[in-house]
Design a protein around this ligand. Sequence first.
Ligand SMILES: *Cc1c(COP(=O)(O)O)cnc(C)c1O
Length: 339
Amino acid sequence: MTDTNLDWKNLSFGYIRTDFNIRSYFRDGAWTKPELTSDETVTMHMAATALHYGQEAFEGQKAFRGADGKIRVFRIDENAKRLRASADYLKMAMPPVELFTDMVRQVVRANERFVPPYGTGASLYIRPVLFGTGPQVGVKPASEYLLIVFVTPVGPYYKEGFNPIRVIIDRDHDRAAPLGTGHIKAGGNYGASLTSAEIGHEKGYPSVLYLDAKEKKHIDECGAANFFAIRDGRYITPKSHSVLPSITNMSLMTLAAEMGLQVEQRVVDYDELGTFDEAGSCGTAAVISPIGSIYDPENGRTFAYNDGKPGPWCEKLYHKLRAIQYGEEPDTHGWMTVL
Ligand SMILES: *Cc1c(COP(=O)(O)O)cnc(C)c1O
């Protein structure tokens, strides 16, 4: 059953308290049995490595209530693997895939009444977060970690239809170094992006497009989402060490290939921006945000796509992935875990 006291259609992407979160502690070399709790706070040592040395990584995924009333979670195992990759690079304890998936299932079930009804466009956002809690003053990995998974209902990303966004190029800041942490979901990357995001917002652009940090010649990440473009029957998306491997993008590449597009994951030159038929950014929050235009303040150029309307391939891919997530179309790839 769904809780009827919430205004599902008007939820924002904020935090709403739910009944439970779930926790597992890494202590003495082992993970504890996950415990559900209603406590929203964390008590930890002031010398915890998460606070001083950035030993922190997170995930973002969603659960959907389908047309058949069942709850489905999208590609849990991929988020588990990516959190392990983040943990590995930051030298944190790596949660086993089974522990992670068990915690996600348990916490969604325990908060079932917060999974929005089918048809509202809302969903249950799932936020796993892993961080070093053990004290350390020397620059060293902690010996203790905490993995928490909490959930919060979020509203439909597009309240007034599928709207293209305006994007600005930022050459003055990088979110990640060429051989740095861009490929993992570390909170530090987000800290590093807040200044450019705020400058973008002040100028009226909801998203910032980053060029590669070394040469500023190639397309890298689009805010906290992957960039992709469509040209002559091809789905083109940047290959770069500093781009986070988006599970949405990975899924869109599969769907694009099935729909007959040729998929190219490769270095994408800045000069190609003027040649695309469609452009978009993708990630869990919106699935796809079609890009209406990209402004480059350095030379005053604006690259515009599809007369400011969502392109046909952006529309098709968006609807296809959403239909799979809401159980409206068969899940031929085994992406959905039905709870
Ligand atoms: C999370 C994230 C994405 C999107 O990944 P999804 O798995 O599709 O949600 C893209 N870029 C960055 C920088 C991210 O942190």
